[in-house]
Ligand binder design. Structure first.
Ligand code: NDP
Length: 492
């Protein structure tokens, strides 16, 4: 009997994906650099399905049906290259090598080109949902040659999460597209978590609402348009009491947020692509600032507060304040999704991918960390391509919103939220509560809709010190003022 797929790298993610394939009826050849993980998987979970444990990559390849499908789930970076190097001489044209780890999309582009030159298919897939998702159904974002999807897609769709019967897996685009989309998913996830954190901080610092009571508030919010996995687990974490101290757990956790790199990659890519993804970048910086305890301790001693005294709202106002914070959270969240999707559009143009934003939103509806009802609404906003809608303002030639915020349903939602959003950002500034994403998202929104931006002055300054020239509003061409001469204007 030959295996349908081989999985190499059997730490938590690889082992759980292998079990997921087996539970779905596929025969899975297993390999890990050190044999112990292979044996442990078969001993502990052999009953999940049919496994073929192997000692070496060569033995694993011998046990695969053609076209061979080898899924690599080892530590991202150098280990992936070293596994590929061993694997390639063992394979034949038409075989498929899959990297399901959190690889950088540029590495995936490089690997795809190298394997394509040997007539091998290289498929970089983004997998989201953590350990539990890998076992029970993750969101899967596969990139690579479209023809390889015919041999691989049905298997991936079967093991993926499903939203109302639809698989949370679809071909994304060529070479690094899958890993790019997974990276942006993680960037949005950073922003999603940061806006929740800002809401929590405001409810507590300004609203005087303790974590246990906030758990109930977040639970209630989870029945509104904020309905999502992250809001749901926020209620769980805030409601949890530390066994050792009897304090809310959130009070005994060190307030320094870690990161494994995908948020940073998103911010860097945003800069490279010229995409204004301030809300996402601010959420990465917020984690960085939190993780500087020494400088924060010094700042508490030496820097002035300059704040207005915080007056917790009286009971009558409290409900209104909580609702204001909810609306500010929702509006800021919409902006971070708009920025993430906008960045996908920029990347598609840069790398020649034809990314379908509606399909991408549909994959994120279940299985992954940002899963939310909102994504179904976003999918529908992009899904119904209707060329008749063009040239409605804010609509592309294909009848899709040119920016998520231009979709009628979100335009209206933000219009409703705006007064609350502005109040909350102003209150936070007066009280000295940092809200980097609430405020940067609001600035993005105002920046988008502002008639004249101070970029005109920036251009004037650039022309003054560097003769960088400027364009004029009243005629075509590039111009330069002779700043150190008679200050007349010349056409550049
Ligand atoms: P790790 O990232 O901890 O990697 C451990 C695995 O890599 C082991 O099987 C190890 O083999 C193998 N390995 C390390 N170096 C080499 C090498 N030079 N040659 C061959 N094998 C090597 O495992 P995870 O399961 O946590 O993650 C796997 C991938 O999935 C990563 O890219 C990760 O970023 C990504 N991912 C992780 C998620 C999570 O929630 N953990 C979620 C989504 C993606 P050995 O046992 O011999 O040491």
């Amino acid at each position: 009997m030959k295996a349908d797929i081989g999985v190499t790298g059997l730490a938590v993610m690889g082992a759980n994906l292998a079990r997921n394939f087996a539970r779905n009826g596929y025969t899975v050849a297993l390999h890990n650099r050190s044999r112990a993980r292979t044996d442990a998987l078969v001993a502990e979970h052999g009953q999940d399905g049919t496994f073929i444990p192997t000692e070496t990559l060569a033995e694993m390849v011998e046990n695969l049906a053609v076209p061979r499908r080898v899924l690599i789930m080892v530590q991202a970076g150098g280990p992936v290259d070293s596994v590929i190097e061993t694997l390639v001489p063992l394979l034949e044209p038409g075989d498929i090598v899959i990297d399901a780890g959190n690889s950088h999309y540029e590495d995936t582009r490089r690997r795809e080109a190298a394997l394509a030159a040997k007539d091998l298919h290289f498929v970089g897939i983004g997998v989201s949902g953590g350990e539990e998702g890998a076992l029970n159904g993750p969101a899967i974002m596969p990139g690579g040659p479209e023809e390889s999807y015919a041999a691989l897609g049905p298997m991936l769709e079967k093991i993926s999460a499903h939203y109302e019967g639809d698989p949370c897996c679809a071909w994304i685009g060529t070479d690094g597209a899958g890993h790019f989309v997974k990276m942006v998913h993680n960037g949005i996830e950073y922003a999603d978590m940061q806006v929740i954190g800002e809401a929590y901080d405001l409810l507590r610092s300004v609203g005087g609402i303790e974590p246990a009571e906030q758990a109930g508030i977040f639970r209630a919010w989870n029945t509104t348009e904020l309905d999502s996995y992250l809001i749901e687990i926020t209620a769980e974490v805030l409601g949890h009491v530390d066994g050792a101290t009897g304090q809310p757990l959130v009070d005994v956790i060190a307030d320094q947020a870690g990161q494994k790199g995908t948020g940073r990659w998103t911010a860097i890519s945003g800069l490279d692509l010229g995409s204004p993804i301030g809300a996402i970048a601010e959420s990465v910086f917020a984690r960085s600032l939190s993780s500087q305890p020494a400088i924060r301790a010094t700042a508490q001693q030496v820097l002035a507060a300059g704040t207005d005294p915080v007056n917790p709202p009286v009971d009558a106002d409290r409900e209104a304040f909580v609702e204001d914070v909810r609306l500010a959270l929702y509006a800021s969240k919409l902006v971070s999704y708009a920025q993430g999707l906008d960045m996908l559009t920029a990347a598609a143009a840069e790398y020649g991918w034809s990314l379908d934003l509606g399909t991408i939103a549909s994959l994120w509806r279940d299985g992954c960390i940002i899963r939310a009802e909102l994504l179904d609404v976003i999918m529908k906003a992009y899904g119904g391509r209707d060329t008749d809608r063009h040239p409605e303002p804010g609509t592309t030639a294909e009848g899709q919103p040119a920016n998520l915020l231009f979709a009628p349903e979100f335009r209206e939602a933000i219009a409703v939220a705006l007064p609350a959003w502005r109040r909350v950002v102003a209150t936070a500034a007066s009280a000295g509560v940092p809200v980097p994403v609430f405020s940067s998202a609001l600035s993005y929104y105002d920046g988008l809709r502002r008639d004249r931006l101070p970029a005109a002055l920036t251009q004037g300054l650039r022309d003054y010190f560097g003769a960088h020239t400027y364009r004029r509003v009243d005629r075509d061409g590039s111009f330069h003022t002779l700043w150190s001469g008679d200050r007349s204007e010349v056409e550049a």
